[in-house]
Design a binder for this molecule. Structure first.
Ligand code: PHE
Length: 341
């Protein structure tokens, strides 16, 4: 019996030493120490022993059980530690591998141009206003001296929401003139950038949605000279010192006199080329002295106050600023185009 016990001890300790993981250890525990295990099987034969032999064998069996248990304990600790070490190795991060470059976007050329315009006007003491794109025809037309029957009110030009033509997508940022006059204290110096909508087909220079920046000054003794001086300053800051402008007479219902301002073509310097369609000049904005009727309708006395206003096309400004030939590029948002700015 002693030999049997010793053989179990050897086999068990060898097997424990060779175990590859905790699950195998558990199998060994059942095999050697379990109720139906090998050690138990031997002990069941104790009855056959003499009274003197029994306690001696019992002692040996207990020693063997203790030895196997302690070997298992130690082996388990080692296996767990080894498993952890392996996991740490497997999951280790090689910080020297080059990372994937995170692609972040950048500003759209039109908004770069808008920010430049804002900077310039804020520097001159203007306040930047934001206004609704869904506007009342009353503010977009009536209060701007464009009465019923004015061609720009036609359904073929304007997006209306209702059959009585009272609510519309604003066709210009000029209703912001009225909103400013209605809510602000005099004197007023504002710009108001935003989207405007007209029923135009898309081509290289037209889109049913585009952006304008409205500008307006109302104060005592304000003249056309202030308008021209201010716009020339802005143009020089945007396009560089010495950039020439030209003011042509025009008509708007809410300004009198009215004009359009052209900027000398950046491509040909005024000689005439395809970009300026042979003109040498590119139209940039409409402007004028605020019509006395418009001031009156907003409760401002035109004998005491005068003002000027302008509306600049933002896409056009950006196209000139960044030498972009086709308006559609601004709206397509092709990253290959946008990444150039
Ligand atoms: N609202 C005019 C347009 O859309 C531009 C303009 C604004 C003209 C202010 C005069 C004064 O064409």
């Amino acid at each position: 019996m002693k030999e049997q016990l010793e053989s179990i001890r050897r086999q068990a300790l060898d097997a424990v030493a060779a175990a590859a993981d905790p699950a195998q250890l558990e199998e060994l525990r059942v095999r050697f120490l379990g109720k139906k295990g090998e050690l138990t099987a031997v002990l069941k034969q104790m009855g056959k022993l003499s009274a003197e032999e029994r306690p001696v064998m019992g002692q040996i069996a207990n020693d063997i059980r203790a030895a196997i248990e302690s070997a298992m304990e130690t082996a388990k600790k080692e296996l767990v530690a080894k498993a952890l070490e392996q996991r740490l190795l497997d999951e280790a991060l090689d910080v020297t591998v080059p990372g994937k470059e995170a692609k972040i976007g950048h500003r759209h050329p039109m908004y770069i141009a808008l920010d430049e315009i804002k900077e310039i006007f804020i520097g001159m003491g203007f306040t930047v206003l934001d206004g609704p794109e869904v506007e009342l025809a009353e503010l977009n037309f009536d209060r701007l001296n464009a009465e019923e029957g004015h061609p720009s009110r036609d359904w073929s030009d304007t997006f209306y929401f209702d059959t009585d033509s009272r609510v519309m997508l604003r066709s210009q940022t000029s209703p912001m003139q009225v909103r400013a006059m209605d809510t602000m204290e005099l004197p007023i110096r504002i710009i108001a950038p935003g989207r405007v909508y007209r029923k135009d087909e898309v081509d290289a220079t037209h889109s049913p949605m585009f952006h304008q920046v409205e500008g307006m000054v109302i104060d005592k003794n304000v003249t056309m000279a202030d308008l021209k001086g201010t716009l020339n300053t802005v143009v020089e800051q945007l396009y560089g010192k010495g950039t020439k402008t030209r003011f042509r007479p025009h008509h708007f219902p809410f300004t009198e006199p009215s004009c359009e301002m052209d900027v000398q073509c950046h491509k040909c310097g005024g000689v005439g080329c395809p970009t300026c369609k042979g003109e040498g000049w590119i139209e940039l904005l409409g402007a004028g002295m605020i019509h006395p009727r418009v001031l009156e309708m907003s409760g401002i006395d035109p004998n005491e106050y005068s003002g000027w206003a302008f509306g600049i096309g933002l896409e056009r400004t950006a196209m000139r600023r960044f030498k972009i030939a086709d308006l559609r590029l601004i709206f397509e948002n092709d990253v290959r185009f946008l990444e150039q700015f």
